[in-house]
Ligand binder design. Structure first.
Ligand SMILES: Nc1nc2c(ncn2[C@@H]2O[C@H](COP(=O)(O)OP(=O)(O)OP(=O)(O)O)[C@@H](O)[C@H]2O)c(=O)[nH]1
Ligand SMILES: [Mg+2]
Length: 373
């Protein structure tokens, strides 16, 4: 028997942080946990680097969302189930995925009642929710992406309200009540993946089997595809060497993200998530930015400066792909200058990512009215 936890939610909401924090909590109680990360782009994911720094069993499905590779996901989970060494798989969807359940149908068919499918958990960043709620009255880029965000909420069995450490108890209570009223199909659960508050409750909520019910929401598929196609995705992996004896991977990564954050604030481009990981002999440095103009947040630091490292840069910003290519190259050049480093960057090949057509049972078309509900 193996339990699969489908974890989705908008870019930067905290899915990977949640998955690591929950896996560590589960392992403490004797559970044997594996995680799977996913991306539309080629291999080389910051999330995989981060998860591998804290967990033993980490796999990635790349080159398209799970809906493109449902058999690959099913085969992977079946292998884990057959191995007998793993009892729980936490599956992270890409931040533009709106419903993971159709991709789980082959798995259910293959494993039958040997798999327990936990409630589809949609991780919500309260600050993003507030930004989109404001943007829904406008007609800018955020308005389009608010539709993606809103449909993700509508597809949730469990709305996991993360980052409550940033908003305090009173705001958390208000937000939880509002989401529960707006989304009666979902259980709403506040927590913080960083502080660990509420993680045990989240893990307990995953103990329920959801028999892939007929989803009860409407989707304007053309509008959804149009919205998510506004984002450009850049995935780069390359070596970084010190110009002098050593360089500080965190200083270098912070400089990459500061450049992108300031550039997006100046140009008005919406930031979904920009993240950098540098694997070094002294450990992993990892930083993120989830809002234009915001200061980068360091999630992990290497213990000391090093001679060289392997960098992974994943950026999702709403701009043309060629514009993102130039911005990412400029950010890396700026970081090399600040950090006294030399990056061996391959030519970037930013791309747009869209979901495939949903299966017929999900393809009910809605009017383009609801944004956040
Ligand atoms: N303050 C605070 N920050 C958090 C929390 N959870 C995640 N973050 C931060 O939010 C940023 C994004 O977190 P991720 O876990 O990478 O988000 P994600 O949803 O996996 O992002 P994508 O996979 O790119 O869509 C990181 O800098 C995290 O440290 C939280 O509970 N509190
Ligand atoms: Mg992630």
């Amino acid at each position: 028997m193996i339990t699969l936890v489908p974890l989705s939610g908008f870019l930067g909401s905290g899915k990977t942080t949640t998955l690591i924090s929950a896996a560590v909590a589960m392992q403490r109680t004797g559970r044997r946990v594996a995680v799977v990360t996913n991306d539309a782009g080629p291999a080389g994911l910051v999330d995989t680097d981060l998860a591998r720094a804290g967990l033993d069993h980490v796999a990635e499905v790349t080159g398209g969302c799970y809906c493109h590779h449902p058999d690959e996901l099913a085969a992977h989970v079946a292998r884990l189930a057959d191995s007998g060494g793993i009892d729980t798989v936490l599956v992270e969807a890409a931040g533009n995925c709106f419903d993971l359940r159709p991709a789980l149908v082959p798995l259910r068919r293959r494993l039958g009642d040997r798999v327990v499918i936990a409630p589809q958990t949609v991780v919500v960043d309260p600050l993003r929710l507030a930004a989109f709620a404001g943007a829904a009255d406008l007609s800018g880029r955020e308005y389009e992406l608010a539709y993606v965000f809103g449909r993700q909420l509508a597809a949730a069995d469990l709305l996991a309200v993360n980052k409550t450490d940033l908003i305090g108890a009173e705001q958390t209570a208000k937000l939880t009540a509002r989401l529960a009223a707006d989304h009666p199909q979902a259980t709403v659960l506040p927590y913080s993946a960083v502080s660990g508050a509420g993680i045990d409750e989240l893990v307990r909520a995953w103990g329920r089997d959801v028999a892939t019910p007929e989803p009860d929401y409407e989707l304007d598929h053309a509008r959804y595809v149009d919205a998510e196609a506004r984002l450009a995705w850049a995935n780069l992996a390359f070596g970084v060497d010190a110009v002098d004896d050593t360089f500080d991977a965190s200083v270098w990564g912070r400089a990459v993200l500061r450049h992108l954050s300031e550039w997006s604030a100046a140009t008005g481009y919406f930031v979904g998530h920009a993240k950098v990981a540098v694997r070094t002999r002294a450990g992993l440095a990892k930083l993120s930015v989830t809002e234009s103009g915001a200061a980068p947040r360091a999630d992990r630091s290497a213990a000391r400066p090093v001679e060289r490292g392997s960098a992974t840069v994943n950026v999702r910003i709403a701009c043309p792909p060629s514009v993102l290519d130039d911005a990412v190259l400029a950010a890396i050049a700026a970081a090399d200058a600040v950090g006294r480093a030399r990056s061996d960057v391959p030519p970037p090949a930013s791309f747009r990512s869209t979901q495939p057509l949903p299966p017929p049972s999900l393809a009910r078309t809605a009017g383009a009215d609801a944004v956040l509900r």
